[in-house]
Design a protein around this ligand. Structure first.
Ligand code: PEP
Ligand code: MG
Length: 605
């Protein structure tokens, strides 16, 4: 049935395909008992089902290995371990033997018990584990009941789909097959939730915060998704489909134009140079970052190394990943961020406590400093990678000077230990600080004394400044880095860095928004680190808007009363130089159905 739904456009692009609903669509399991003489047969059926499921998971791991790489194929390790968990299986076997239950009834009973236990905790840290549990439970029940399973990874190669889910955790998103998944829709999530950042980095159009999506969008229906405007059209009319095709080809034409700027410097028409680095969250973005002209990696997120794994990555594994990235950018910096777990990232390999407010809890640098053995392994890998490449270390969620000093002491300790062990290690590892909290902004002058560079994490800085959960769809309208309270802090960071001549960059999602990039330029930032798909567009805008216009907008923003004034100042500054319909989600929405003519490309140099 034709209908339009609205949500938050979190990753731009237009796509249409049939839907796959990722709801915990568990089959009805009949309450079946068996005769005593059938009991051992049921136990065997349960064991056989485990073997089949493990076989499927291993097969998937192999497919992922071929398509995506070794690191990503490890995401199934944790599921395999969970499927083979002997304590859990034994408890189901006891039910079969003592209560004469069928294998599926006993398994379902035990799985429900575990899910209830985990869900009742209300703890975000079990979400990724719950997703694994759901996946295994569904596989086991499908096998035991002889139901054909719906397997995203094993769909025919030419089939494409739009995935609809309640909530996409980072752990789940990372498992999606980018060749087949052309769009993502979820009921929860916002532009700065980590799953949205991943979707954006992967270049998959996505709309989040769509209330009731699972109930309102039928399985297998054709759906049109506009990841910029945040609009979903269920069962589109032929006219709407044609219009979408026009939009897609317009986007292709824009991309074609953008390709012409990939090899050109990000320089304003009045000659000011901005350095454009890439954010890399997953290994297959290394290629994407290179293709889009990134001048190094300004944020290498390392949580991916832990995703879905049952054990922590070794020093050698981390070193090989860091080397791979630095070899891809032999003449540019690669900035590795130490583990930023907690908040909404809870890798299975880490024993994280349950907390009432994980974003205000045991997160990021706090975890690393409290678990020095884990931190030291990562630091050793970074020190070794930095021995002959421009590899640097960046610390997330810093709120105190001693966090930087303590890290530096560990770095020095591990450097000595590496040398004693006969390894080469960087002599002077550069250590930078992410400015992600008002505390860090307020003591930025002191942090500057002990840091080599700053990088603003605007996602967290906005969340902590405005006291707005970055992942809460209900608050998404209010969540904006254009709030004057954020803008003023950004200016303070530039000033604090300048007093000691430190480089200051921005690596949060804000910088991938062309209008925000203009604001940041006007405020004085000259290094941007951006999700690879957005690099060309931001560069194109930088090459079109003179710094004088950006400065005027920034001055107005610093004096603004609210985000609307900041938005207006930016639009006024940019409009004479760039067709706003191409870069502004709201303007794009108004332009739907009209063919937007492209402006002439900025001058080449
Ligand atoms: C940020 O907070 O802006 C940032 C870049 O870190 P993350 O999104 O990984 O928390
Ligand atoms: Mg952050």
């Amino acid at each position: 049935m034709h209908q339009q739904l609205r949500g938050i456009g979190v990753s731009p692009g237009v796509a249409f395909a049939r839907t796959v609903l990722m709801r915990p669509d568990f089959p009805e399991v009949p309450d079946r008992t068996v005769r005593p003489e059938e009991v051992e047969g049921e136990v065997q059926r349960l064991r056989d089902a485990v073997a089949t499921v493990v076989g499927h998971l291993e097969e998937l791991g192999r497919k992922v290995l071929e398509r995506a790489g070794a690191e990503e194929s490890r995401i199934f390790d944790a599921q395999i371990l969970m499927a083979q968990d002997e304590d859990f299986l034994q408890s189901a076997v006891v039910l079969i033997r003592n209560n004469l239950l069928s294998a599926e009834t006993a398994y379902e009973f035990k799985a429900l018990e575990l899910r209830a236990l985990w869900s009742a905790s209300q703890s975000a840290h079990l979400r990724d584990r719950l997703a694994d549990l759901h996946a295994i439970q569904l596989r086991m029940l499908n096998v035991l009941l002889g139901r054909p399973g719906q397997e995203i990874w094993s769909l025919p190669d030419d089939e494409q789909m739009i995935v609809v889910a309640h909530e996409l955790s980072p752990g789940l998103t990372v498992q999606l097959d980018r060749e087949h998944v052309v769009g993502l829709i979820s009921e929860e999530g916002t532009r700065t939730s980590h799953a949205a950042i991943l979707a954006h980095s992967l270049g998959i159009p996505a709309v989040m915060g769509v209330t009731g999506a699972l109930a309102r969008i039928p399985e297998g229906t054709l759906v049109l998704i506009d990841g910029q405007a945040g609009v979903i059209t269920v069962d589109p009319t032929p006219v709407e489909l044609e219009e979408a095709k026009v939009q897609i080809s317009r986007r292709h034409r824009l991309e074609f134009q953008l390709e012409s700027v990939v090899a050109l410097p990000a320089e304003t028409p009045d000659g000011v140079r901005v350095s454009m680095m890439g954010n890399v969250d997953l290994p297959d973005e290394i290629e994407a970052a290179m293709r889009s002209g990134a001048e190094g990696v300004g944020l290498l997120r390392t949580e991916f190394l832990l995703t879905g794994r049952a054990s922590l990555p070794t020093e050698a594994e981390q070193l090989s990943y860091f080397k791979r990235v630095s070899l891809a950018f032999p003449n540019s910096p690669v900035i590795i961020r130490s583990y930023d777990i907690g908040g909404d990232k809870f890798p299975a390999a880490f024993r994280m406590p349950q907390e009432a407010n994980p974003f205000l809890g045991w997160r990021s640098i706090r975890v690393c400093l409290d678990q020095p053995e884990v931190f030291r392994t990562q630091l050793r890998a970074i020190l070794r990678a930095a021995a002959d490449r421009n590899v640097q270390l960046m610390l997330p969620l810093v709120t105190r000077v001693d966090e930087v000093l303590d890290t530096r002491a560990l770095v020095e300790d591990e450097r000595q230990s590496l040398l004693r062990d006969g390894f080469r290690a960087a002599t002077d590892l550069r250590v930078g600080v992410m400015i992600e909290t008002p505390a860090a902004v307020l003591i930025a002058d002191k942090l500057a004394e002990v840091s080599d560079f700053f990088s603003v994490g605007s996602n967290d800085l906005t969340q902590y400044t405005l006291a707005l959960d970055r992942g809460n769809a209900r608050l998404a309208e209010r969540f904006t880095s254009h709030h004057p309270a954020v803008v003023r802090q950004l200016a303070q960071v530039v000033a604090a860095a300048a007093t000691r001549g430190l480089p200051a960059s921005v690596c949060g999602e804000m910088v991938s928004e062309p209008l925000s990039a203009v604001l940041l330029m006007g405020l004085g930032f000259r290094i941007f680190s951006i999700a690879p798909p957005s690099i060309p567009l931001v560069k194109w805008v930088i090459r079109s808007v003179p710094l004088s216009a950006a400065r005027a907008a920034a001055l107005a923003a610093l004096d603004a009363r609210g985000p609307a004034d900041v938005d207006a100042a930016l639009r006024d500054a940019v409009a004479p130089h760039v067709d706003l319909r191409l870069i502004d989600p709201h303007a794009a929405l108004q332009a739907r159905g009209r063919v937007v003519s492209l402006p002439t490309p900025p001058r080449s140099s």
